[in-house]
Design a protein around this ligand. Sequence first.
Ligand SMILES: Cc1cc2nc3c(=O)[nH]c(=O)nc-3n(C[C@H](O)[C@H](O)[C@H](O)COP(=O)(O)OP(=O)(O)OC[C@H]3O[C@@H](n4cnc5c(N)ncnc54)[C@H](O)[C@@H]3O)c2cc1C
Length: 301
Amino acid sequence: MAGVYIYSDRMDLAAELVGFVKENQNSAQVLCFTQAEADQLTSIGADKVCYLQGDSPLVENYGQAIAEYLKQANAELFVVGATARGRDLAARVAGYLDCAMVSDASSLSLESGKLRAERMMYGGAVVQSEEITGLCVVTVAAGKYQPVTGSASVETVQVTADNRVKLLETAPIVKEGVDLRQACNVVCVGLGLEKEEDLKIARDLAAAIDAELGCTRGVAEERHWLPVEQYIGISGAIIKPQLYISMGVSGQVQHVFGVRDAKVIVAIDSNEKAPIFRSADFGIVGDMYEIVPLLTQAIKG
Ligand SMILES: Cc1cc2nc3c(=O)[nH]c(=O)nc-3n(C[C@H](O)[C@H](O)[C@H](O)COP(=O)(O)OP(=O)(O)OC[C@H]3O[C@@H](n4cnc5c(N)ncnc54)[C@H](O)[C@@H]3O)c2cc1C
């Protein structure tokens, strides 16, 4: 069956990808590799759930099987959820198909077999547009499309797994920081902060407005003053708070990419030409060591 084929190891993301296909009035077939996944996927609005049944529990072992299945099905497009495992699988499948691949598309449209995709390049400094005809593989991150609902039947197809990948051990990832993606308010410190002890003025402001503390990459990765989970930007957390207040953050594109969906952006920086002011709803030019304690005091009343 021609049309668009979808895979994600995250069920919620698979549902969003079906939403994209349905927005474009195409038929959506969702792939999965276990009966449990097949059962969950029947209600996300796909036209069909294709359960590729083999003797491996690991999706990593099905790259070649997927490529053969897509060829045989005359698929137009294979859309994969951009998770760590999804990206890995997408590259394998594109390799076996020897076809084009677009990584982490920020927007997609599909018209008469022609795919138009946009993706950020150079850390978000430019947007690249690509137009592709013929079967290709695309990865898409969560949060781009609205999920839909609807019921689908499951078709089970026997496939051969390539059992070279084996699971030896699993261990939980120990996360030290807070989950900034859920935060309603965020205070963000940048390299304008002189000493680690000075984090106190940011923490005091955060406490006054019930905010979580975030930072720029350098604060976490170079100075190690906050856990890496707490840095915001294209390679860190992408946040959507109601209020974001930056202190001593210059506002380079890689950072601003992570806060552009904040409802209100307030920037405090001593350099009036700092790029953060171009993204800010309210800007305060001055020394944060003077301004932030005054602001905290004023908020506390
Ligand atoms: C591929 C790539 C990916 C990246 N990903 C990310 C990312 O995800 N997140 C991220 O944050 N960065 C990322 N970066 C780094 C990014 O390019 C910037 O270098 C970084 O965001 C700058 O951090 P900053 O604003 O804290 O520091 P700076 O650019 O050094 O800015 C410090 C600011 O503090 C101000 N300042 C100094 N003293 C005071 C004072 N007393 N009061 C008020 N203001 C003061 C200065 O005027 C200045 O504007 C990435 C870079 C690359 C190349």
